[in-house]
Design a protein around this ligand. Structure first.
Ligand code: ATP
Ligand code: MG
Length: 365
């Protein structure tokens, strides 16, 4: 799949932009603070309706403007889709081929994009929330049900937490209502957890291959999913997971009421990256973290392709200079001719020209 033309209105520092892209390699070059990352962010946002660097959509609207608009035409192997988003401080609207989509889960997935930026190093060493966000963004774009259940989960979790708070402050006493909320939340949690199990397994097998190729087989990478409900096993079905989540709520009940919050479930899950049987979170060097995060990105490309039969668009923000020749060539080998690629850089020095053949270059200022 590739993004053919793209339009922006009052997005970040872009007042108005109309641009045609190359189906292969596009390079955005320019000094600092010109809008290179903003442009990648805009492409990513058109695909996922979420930014990779902020949860607040308001920040994306150009200073002093009331709304922002994004629009693009995506060519896939069989068809073309026109995507359009409009952002206001109160929310966003989405159109596919001029038809408004009431649910964002029906919009996301039309275009797939994988973004790789220096902040991805935080995937290994950062807080668990970074890895949950990663799962939610990546699995949400390949499975619209995952996206749907994630937004359900956020809503019901908030209700349950509010009610637990009321119980903790003795403003409410009815535990039957807590049972109702627990039942709802466990149902949605089980759907999310079962998908996380499935997709992390697939990601793991692709990442293992990519990682051993990049590291020259000296290292073995494994990715494990850690549900916060520890009893859950990787071969459990949705019904079994549901029962185990309910059991954990029961077990935690006195604690949850005391603390006024839900103590287990998908919002407390984590991922482990393990190299040669050692947890990378504690032991990985800078170079190893880089190789792990690159392997995970390469694995995502494969995963998207397996599930959608299309290669996703690849967005590389300032990463070429971070990668040595070997990793650069590995990355570009992987994608060559398969995925449309966008690269940002402040200078062309760090980019290996034998690998990036005939790119289209855009000067951003
Ligand atoms: P670098 O090479 O340093 O990474 P860049 O070209 O990637 O630079 P961007 O991150 O795209 O730069 O940011 C460009 C500018 O956009 C920044 O100076 C920032 O202040 C500005 N900017 C960010 N959000 C908005 C907004 N909502 N409205 C207007 N300008 C904004
Ligand atoms: Mg930048």
């Amino acid at each position: 799949m590739y993004l053919a033309n793209f339009e922006l209105k009052d997005f970040r520092n872009f007042e108005e932009l109309k641009i045609n892209f190359d189906p292969h390699v596009n390079i955005f070059i320019g000094p600092n603070a010109q809008g290179k990352t903003n442009l990648l962010e805009a492409i990513y946002f058109l695909a996922l309706t979420r930014s990779h660097r902020t949860n607040s959509d308001k920040e994306l609207i150009r200073f002093g403007s009331k709304f922002a608009g994004l629009q693009g035409k995506v060519h896939k192997s069989q068809l073309e889709v026109e995507l359009k988003l409009r952002l206001t401080p109160n929310g966003k609207k989405a159109w596919v081929n001029r038809l408004e989509q009431k649910k964002l889960s029906a919009y996301v997935g039309q275009m797939n994009a994988i973004l790789f930026s220096p902040e991805d190093l935080a995937l290994v060493k950062g807080a668990p929330s970074v890895r949950r966000r990663f799962m939610d963004l990546e699995f949400g774009q390949i499975n619209s049900e995952y996206l749907y259940y994630s937004s359900q989960y956020r809503q019901v979790l908030q209700q349950r937490n509010n009610y637990l708070k009321q119980l903790s402050q003795k403003k409410a006493h009815d535990q039957i209502f807590l049972d109702v909320l627990s039942d709802q939340l466990a149902g949605v949690a089980a759907e999310i957890i079962s998908r996380r199990i499935k997709y992390v397994k697939k990601l793991n097998s692709y990442a293992q291959v990519a990682h051993s190729e990049i590291s020259g087989q000296a290292e073995n990478l494994q990715i494990f999913y850690h549900p916060s409900v520890k009893e859950i096993a990787s071969n459990d079905d949705v019904e079994t997971i549901y029962k185990k989540v309910i059991a954990s709520y029961k077990r935690n009940r006195p604690n949850e009421i005391r603390k006024g919050t839900t103590l287990s479930g998908p919002h407390r899950d984590d991922l482990d990256f393990v190299i040669n049987d050692k947890n990378a979170h504690n032991f990985a060097s800078q170079g190893q973290q880089r190789t792990i995060s690159l392997s995970v990105k390469l694995a995502e490309i494969q995963l998207v392709h397996e599930l959608t039969q299309e290669y996703p668009i690849l967005l590389l923000d300032d990463v070429m200079s971070e990668l040595d020749q070997r990793r650069q060539s590995r990355l570009l080998d992987y994608i060559h001719g398969k995925t449309q690629t966008f690269i940002t850089t402040t200078d062309l020095e760090g980019i290996s020209w034998e690998i990036v053949k005939e790119p289209k270059i855009y000067h951003i200022s």
